[in-house]
Design a protein around this ligand. Sequence first.
Ligand code: NAD
Length: 260
Amino acid sequence: MKLQNKVCLVTGAASGIGKEIALTYAREGGKVVIADLNLAASQAVADGINAGGGSAMAVAMDVTSEDQVNTAVAAVARAWGGVDVLVSNAGIQIVHPIESYPFADWKKMLAIHLDGAFLTTKACIPHMYASGRGGSIIYMGSVHSKEASVLKSAYVTAKHGLIGLCKTVAKEGGVHNVRANVICPGFVRTPLVDKQIPEQAQALGISEADVIKKVMLKETVDGEFTTVQDVAEVALLFAGFESNALTGQSVVVSHGWFMQ
Ligand code: NAD
């Protein structure tokens, strides 16, 4: 039990990578907060964890809304006394060539990925400082925190930005024993990626099979997708690591697509 009684807030935890991280943390004894846009979807994940003997609560949170973030984090602190681990994971993807990238979509992308990471960090970190136990903040980056791909100007910009935020939070949080790290997955088969396959096929004028083989997994060592479990294992390592030896880092989990 690496996270016994630690309060772990995971954004975007109703689906995909965030959901698997929440399930993994609950198995390790964490008290997990499922934070997502849709309360019913978050509640369903929390109910499943509670039914299996774990401990979870659901909160409605649009990570781009300062009010919603602050209200939800305050409710968690009232119920469970604080926050020990934050996983800022909520994210979406919108692809367009730069010359036709709608400004509204650009702003939406930066708001969810960067404002969301900032607002949840700002709301949770005072609880980590006040507890005297410190904490762990984990940002969901991407190989696109290190590399660029066509059609993804906003995503690549936002995911690179998370590395800067992480390093700053690691420096400011260090004296309070608060660590900050980034996980950078390659392609993982979640609803976010399933949506991109037909979009990229159309934008690039190739088949969906070729999008997977010749675009998404082309640079991997074995042509394999990264899995939600792979990412959750790294999220567990960061959450359970008890010293500042591991802070300000970004770990790429991508079947060798990107090598540091
Ligand atoms: P997903 O679509 O399965 O899940 C994303 C979740 O985020 C959804 O439940 C959605 O409701 C939630 N969300 C979206 N906007 C939100 C908002 N404003 N406030 C709160 N919640 C919101 O996607 P996923 O693949 O699990 O992606 C999770 C994270 O992992 C994202 O940050 C994504 O960029 C990153 N990532 C994914 C992959 C991949 O290949 N799937 C690779 C690298 C990084």
